[in-house]
Design a protein around this ligand. Structure first.
Ligand code: ACO
Length: 436
């Protein structure tokens, strides 16, 4: 970051002297006003719940232009990466800053591939869960538990520890997600098979059984790989900020990623694809396309808490570029599986069309986000609805690690410690219980 030519001046109407604040520029995007000395100079904090106007860090990984609907990983547009690269190349890019050449790609792929197994003890830990446990509850537990298995890589301040734990997390997440699924349905776990691609191996661990051969369908494999690429990183969103905040205390990478998984679970974040599909099911059960009007009415009603799930985004005030790619993938997968006339897809398209023309959505710049179509693709592949957020967590793990490692390597990093505007009772004395 570099100092901008101008400075910001903060003046007060009560006669307090004005102060000057430095302004910094990034390479693209809005400048920032440096308020780090504000408290020391004025005794005041800034107030920004929800971080609406606050840059919490500097980062060189992912850039979003929400007005244009643009998403760049290390400068490369998401459309080009989705078209020309696979997920592991994207992981390499996010972690290391540049795309791998053929040799680098091969050695990185080999490295990840040879860390896909989890400690055999993991399955006994899994057994402690009820069979109907939500996969996100299982994943939060299993990923946190990895720190108990890898004492050799839990020092976040050691670059070698950070590197090997990054590889372990990227490699083992598909195994753990598939194990959570198999446990829920009572099937034997499938061990990873290292001659398959990252997505192909995951499909096999999910859908194969030991009783017969499993052949990976290349269209589904590509679609899943694309889902992973599209979800790999998204700058300082809630779960990434959670990982950074958690990691800022110096905790180990597995614990920090488990915190990210817990945050992602919420329906306003990663849980939205599950919520979006459940919403489509509800509308379909109530009468399908004919009921869209009534549903939209409820969404617009201030007194109802109904939202059009898969619509709206804190940063995108235009079409989410990932949603366009996901819609294309959705078409490809449904065609491959002979589901072109899938009623849920037809319902989603109609709902989108109506919402995009409606004044309520237009004036609030509410467009479909990536979750609007990703649930339909995943359902068509055979992934159960309650595992959708687990797939998102699998894909986002690389982004979380890249951001965590960037933070630890930043000489300006400090433990995250927001302040508050206190609105509770001033000091008072505890009355005896008879007088309360
Ligand atoms: N349906 C109906 N109205 C909406 C929606 C929606 N999906 N999203 C926003 N609005 C309305 C709000 O009610 C508000 O209206 P008002 O100005 O009349 O009060 C206005 O649009 C602004 O919305 P905010 O909630 O202030 O926007 P914010 O940036 O805080 O929220 C969020 C963004 C959480 C994503 C929101 O749009 C939402 O809940 N969407 C549905 C859930 C979803 O799809 N989440 C996925 C996010 S993407 C991801 O995590 C991969």
């Amino acid at each position: 970051m570099k100092l901008a030519d101008n400075k910001a001046t903060l003046s007060f109407s009560n006669g307090k002297p004005a102060i000057e604040l430095p302004v910094y520029s990034g390479n693209i995007g809005p400048d920032v006003i440096d308020i780090r000395k504000l408290y020391g100079q004025t005794g005041m904090f800034t107030y920004d719940p929800g971080f609406l106007s606050t840059a919490s860090c500097q980062s060189a990984i992912t850039y979003i232009d929400g007005d244009k609907g643009e998403l760049l990983y290390r400068g490369y547009p998401i459309e080009q990466l989705a078209e020309n690269c696979d997920f592991l190349e994207t992981c390499y890019l996010l972690l290391k800053g540049s795309l791998p050449n053929a040799t680098e790609k091969k050695s990185f792929t080999d490295l990840v591939t040879h860390h896909t197994m989890v400690n055999e003890q993991m399955q006994f830990f899994l057994r402690g869960f009820r069979r109907d446990a939500h996969p996100m509850a299982i994943l939060t537990g299993l990923i946190g538990a990895l720190s108990a298995f890898y004492h050799d890589s839990t020092d976040i301040n050691n670059p070698e520890h950070r590197e090997i734990s990054a590889i372990r997390l990227i490699a083992k997440l598909p195994t753990l997600v598939a194990m959570a699924y198999k446990y829920g349905i009572g099937q034997p776990y499938m061990y990873p098979q290292n001659n398959l691609s990252y997505a192909g191996n995951f499909l096999r661990m999910m859908f194969a059984t030991p009783c017969e051969e499993y052949k990976v369908n290349p269209v589904i494999e590509k679609a899943l790989d694309r889902i992973f690429i599209l979800h790999a990183d998204h700058e300082q969103n809630a779960s990434t900020s959670t990982v950074r905040l958690c990691g800022s205390s110096g905790t180990n990478p597995f614990a920090a990623i488990a915190a990210g998984v817990a945050c992602l679970w919420g329906p306003a974040h990663g849980g939205a694809n599950e919520a979006a599909l459940n919403m489509l099911y509800d509308i379909q059960n109530q009468g399908g396309v004919a009921k869209i009007g009534e549903f939209i009415k409820q969404v617009k009603d201030k007194n109802s808490s109904v939202k059009l799930m898969g619509f709206g985004h804190r940063v995108y005030k235009n079409y989410d570029p990932r949603a366009k790619l996901m819609q294309q993938t959705c078409n490809e997968v449904l065609t491959e599986l002979g589901l072109e006339k899938d009623p849920l897809f037809a319902l989603a398209k109609e709902l989108e069309k109506i919402a995009l023309e409606d004044e309520y959505f237009v004036s609030r710049k509410l467009y479909p986000n990536v979750d609007f179509y990703s649930g339909i693709v995943q359902r068509a592949i055979g992934i159960p609805v309650n595992l959708f957020t687990g797939i998102f967590a699998l894909a986002r793990t690389v982004g979380w690690i890249a951001q965590l490692n960037e933070m630890i390597g930043d000489p300006e990093y400090k433990i995250g410690r927001p302040r508050q505007l206190f609105t509770g009772s001033p000091r008072r004395d505890v009355p005896p219980i008879a007088k309360r």
